[in-house]
Ligand binder design. Sequence first.
Ligand SMILES: [Mn+2]
Length: 350
Amino acid sequence: MAYFRTLDTKINELQALFNKKERLLILINADPDALASAMALKRVLYRRVHSAAIAHVNEISRPDNLAMIKLLRISTKKLTPPLLAQYDRFALVDSQPHHHPDFAKVNFSVVLDHHPLDKNHPVQAEYKEIVPEYGAVSSLLTEYLYNLKIRPGKLLATALLYGIKTDTQSFERKFSDVDVRAFRHLTKFYDPLILQKIVRSEFHKEWLKYFSLAFRKIKLLGNGSSIFMGKVDSPDILVILADFFLRVHNISWDIVSGIHDEKLIIIFRGDGLHKDMGKLASQMFKDVGPAGGHKQMARAEIPLEKIDQKHAQQFILQRLGEVRSRKKGRPKPVLQLNNLNINNIVDTKP
Ligand SMILES: [Mn+2]
C-alpha cells in the first residue's frame, strides 16, 4: 500500500508556475492549519520564487496561535493594500477566495483548501487542489513534501502536526486515512516539547482575574453550573470559562453569562449526553432575544432593556427553574442552589 498518493506531475505543474524573479505572498485566515500550510507551501516553493511571505486577514488573538507563531518562528504580517502591492503572485491556503472579502479581490495563482466546494463560487486559480475529504490542509502539504522527498524541519513538522491535531480535534472530528498517515509521518520529525507548550497555551494572563471571579461566583446546580460574571471586556471570556468548567468531572452542562455592549450574553456548554443546549437556550430566552445553538454549544443575547440588570443572575436562574419544572410537570419552579465559595468547592467530598 502506498504511503501517500504519487503527485510528481501535479507538483511539477505547481512549481513550474513560478520563476525566480517573482515575489510570492501566501494569504491566510490565520489558524493553526492555515499557518502550518502556509509555512509548508513556502518550503515547497523555496528557490522557485525570488521570495515568499505570509499575510493574514484576521486578528490573531488565541493564545495557542500566538504561541505557535512565536515558538515556530512563523513570520506573518497583517494584510494591507500597500503590502499586497509589493508582491507579484498570490497563493491562498486553507480558504477559498469567497470566504473573505480581502481574498475575493486577489487574483490567485494557487489555491489549496479542504473546505467544501460551493457551486455558486467556483474557485479560479492557475493551480488549485481542493480536498474536502481531508481533515486538514496540513495533511495535503505533508503529502506534497513527501512527494518532493523533503524531510520537514523540526519547526515545520511541529506546525503541520498541530494543524492536523487542531482541525481534526485530535481525531475526534472527521478525518481521512491521509490525515492519519501524515500525522504518523510527521511524528518522526517534530519537537514534542514545543508541541506540548503550544497545546497548553490556552489562556492569557489577563484572563486570570476572570477565573478567580468565576471560582467565587460559581453556583452548582446538580450536574450543571451557572456563573454570572457581571460586566466583561469581551464575550470571548465567557466562552473560555464555559469550556473550562465543563472539564470538571460530573459537570455535564454549564451556563456562563455576562454583560457586554448593553446586552446580557449567555453561553451554554454541554457534553451532548444529557441536555440539548440549543433547545435549552431557546426554551429559556427565545422570547427576549436571539437564543439557540446545537446539542453541545448554544448562546443567547438579550438587550439589557428587556431585563432588570441588577438581578441578571436571578433572571437566568428563574428561567432555568421554569424550564426544568415545565419538563417535570411541576406547577412551580423549584431550584436547588448550592452557594459555593472556593473553600467549600475544595472541601466538597464526592
Ligand atoms: Mn483547515
